[in-house]
Design a protein around this ligand. Sequence first.
Ligand code: MLT
Length: 401
Amino acid sequence: MFEINENYLQLNESYLFSTIARRVEIFSAAHPEADVIRLGIGDVTLPLPPSVISAMHSAVDEMADKATFRGYGPEQGYSFLRDKIAEIDFRQRGVKISPDEIFVGDGSKSDTGNIGDILGEDNVVAITDPVYPVYLDTNIMRLGKSSKIVMLSCGEENGFLPEIPSQRMDVIYLCYPNNPTGTVMNRQQLKQWVDYALRNKSLILFDAAYEAFIRDEEIPRTIYEIEGATTCAIEFRSFSKNAGFTGLRCSYTVVPKTLITESVNGKEISINALWNRRQSTKFNGTPYIVQKAAEAVYSPGGQHEVGEMVAYYMRNAEIIRKGLAEKGWTIFGGENSPYIWLKCPNGMDSWTFFDRLLEECHIVGTPGIGFGTQGEGYFRLTAFNSYERTAEAVKRIKEWE
Ligand code: MLT
């Protein structure tokens, strides 16, 4: 008989957001009259911005013409997009990243999930708890005989930020602004992690998918604002949340050429070359039309429109924060992030609170326990619904007995 990857048997039977979708489906089928408001999965609701739509229309026309049709593109992404990313997201912020250090992908879920392909099985991998489930699940999927996953506890007592470990970790996943807790790391805090990684020759996998939601100038927008980070960190960015690409799919991974390690026989290895090798083998590139759409995000009009979309969602975050605070609930995040993390009232556990909020207020959120054991007793709401639906949800919560 053939064998399966037994590691899959160690995973929860279903992915967190699939479980929630199923529970909501059952509830809605039993209560068709219920007007359910979804503040669960971080999916956007505003349509794509006009500049993006117009770029896609032009790209579709190009694909319809023999003279401008495109087949396979470069696996790393077209230079028209990589050049803009390097210039606008990094160089204009004083960070030196070159286009050949950028790999365009089809979403941060795939990028952060696939990065493990180029890392050894025996690494000690540090993951925060609570955490975006993809990092943990994909590491469980590839567990080797001597792999080790260490959970870094992030509780209320330390502001939901991980403490620097006393032992050596080979690989560390960090996500700031954080999913799910909405917390951020300031320069000093992030510097401590970069210094730790440099001291220990560790690799930081930095997920900056929510960078566009940072309002506070003191919060770094990229890990590469911290000295030395280009020799110890890979950064992941997404167009999903800032530009509404959750259904379109586009992201990028920054792998600096200065990020070097050694093979077991002592040979110097470029991580950029390794990731390039992985991508050119397993990935045929993000569609041309989608990359044209992403390029439009960097046009002056695109930048303005995306800024307005982010501001719209952050107004929702503010409404949720204010409303829940007025109700007397303890809340975190939502100031530099589209996620509001709340302490379930009256000591309720996360799933009980989920059920009661759904059954009594017809509101969907995400139980904190779904992000890890440290999330028990907490709950996540997103700011990605419309202003009207968000305001209605807050009203229902405020009137809830
Ligand atoms: C979330 O709700 O945590 C995100 O939408 C999930 C994702 O981006 O894959």
